[in-house]
Design a protein around this ligand. Structure first.
Ligand SMILES: [Zn+2]
Length: 353
């Protein structure tokens, strides 16, 4: 397989449309392909009819979010012929291959790769993130879409770090909601803030839906197809259904508080969330919806810090007889039902309606 430099990570390139890449797929399911052909972080380069322009898609930054990889494998099997060159990064192969397959967010001993795109870069996760950043700049892309799965079930949505017509035009063809966040966590979509060559490049995260949602595979597949097919991104129109939600808050567990997911309060646990709180990822959650149960101490076990550091939990949630309710109509996002993600990241994101 030809390897192109000066990229920091290996590049599998297809000199004629996709033949080299497609040949690696023969008799190979996605897992075998990941393990034996890719084996580590790898770029797939698909030269388009127009090789002067390139669009970048990244996926599998989190090893437990396989829809982007599975859709890529399926799409490559169709021997696509993109009009504009595509560069696709399969990033955190080590995390994905850690047993059990596609269940580990991070590589063994590694950090969350989508929190590593800012200094320090002095451990293996930071080194990989910096190589990814350098390579993305080297592709000089027209746009970058970073494909993820949500940890719970739900519809696709996009996340960006600022409002930009180019991002809204693109995102609106893949989902109906774009969240503009002012949290800075060191994620890949923050690269325009630190890499001058990418300052004007539209970059966003596309949460395709849950890892087990069949719809997530379709959303991810449409990203490869459309980015390969669209002749000119500047002439795209913004789909009217797109709703832009600005500055969500993260609802987190306070350090030391215990959490469980169940259909009734768990004795001795401070925060019990409703076992299917991920169904609140669709639509508006009204103040009559019971989200869970709080032990002694109530809301003091939770916090919702905004980007300026103010805790706004009391504006969002309230308790009645030990039960947890929205104080006002809320849009919930990324509500997880995994206690480990709730502890290490957050319970859900929320935008007051
Ligand atoms: Zn992710």
């Amino acid at each position: 397989m030809p390897v192109t430099r000066p990229f920091a990570l290996p590049v599998l390139t297809a000199p004629t449309p996709t033949t080299a890449v497609a040949s690696t797929l023969t008799h190979s399911d996605a897992t075998t392909w990941l393990r034996h052909v890719l084996g580590g972080p790898t770029w797939l380069h698909l030269p388009g009819e127009d090789t002067r322009r390139c669009r970048v898609i990244t996926t599998l930054l989190h090893g437990n979010e396989p829809s982007g990889l599975l859709a890529l494998h399926r799409w490559l099997g169709e021997a696509p012929r993109p009009k504009v060159s595509l560069a696709v990064l399969v990033a955190n192969v080590a995390a994905a291959l850690s047993p059990p397959l596609f269940t580990r967010r991070t590589a063994p001993g590694g950090r969350d790769l989508n929190r590593c795109f800012r200094p320090p870069f002095d451990d293996p996760s930071g080194v990989l993130a910096r190589r990814i950043a350098d390579d993305i700049a080297a592709w000089a892309p027209e746009c970058v879409i970073d494909l993820h799965n949500t940890s719970g079930s739900g519809p696709a949505f996009a996340v960006a770090i600022h409002r930009a017509p180019a991002i809204e035009r693109l995102a609106s063809h893949f989902c109906d909601q774009l969240i503009v966040t002012d949290f800075r966590l060191g994620s890949l979509m923050e690269l325009p803030l630190t890499v001058p060559a990418l300052a004007d490049c539209p970059i966003f995260t596309l949460e395709c839906g849950g890892a087990r949602d069949p719809a997530a595979l379709e959303v991810a597949g449409s990203v490869y197809r459309r980015l390969g097919d669209w002749p000119d991104l500047a002439t795209l129109s913004t789909a009217p259904a797109l709703e832009v939600l600005v500055h969500p808050l993260r609802v987190e567990l306070r350090p030391g508080a215990s959490i469980a997911y169940a259909r009734q309060p768990v004795p001795g646990v401070e925060v019990t969330l409703w076992a299917r709180i991920d169904t609140c990822n669709r639509g508006v959650t009204d103040p009559g919806t019971c989200l869970g149960w709080l032990g002694e101490g109530g809301l003091a076990h939770l916090r919702a810090t905004d980007a300026r550091g103010f805790d706004r939990i009391g504006e969002l949630l309230c308790t009645r007889d030990g039960r947890l309710f929205p104080r006002r109509p809320l849009r919930l996002f990324m509500a997880t039902t995994h206690a480990d993600i709730a502890r290490s990241d957050c319970l859900f994101y929320v935008v007051p309606k």
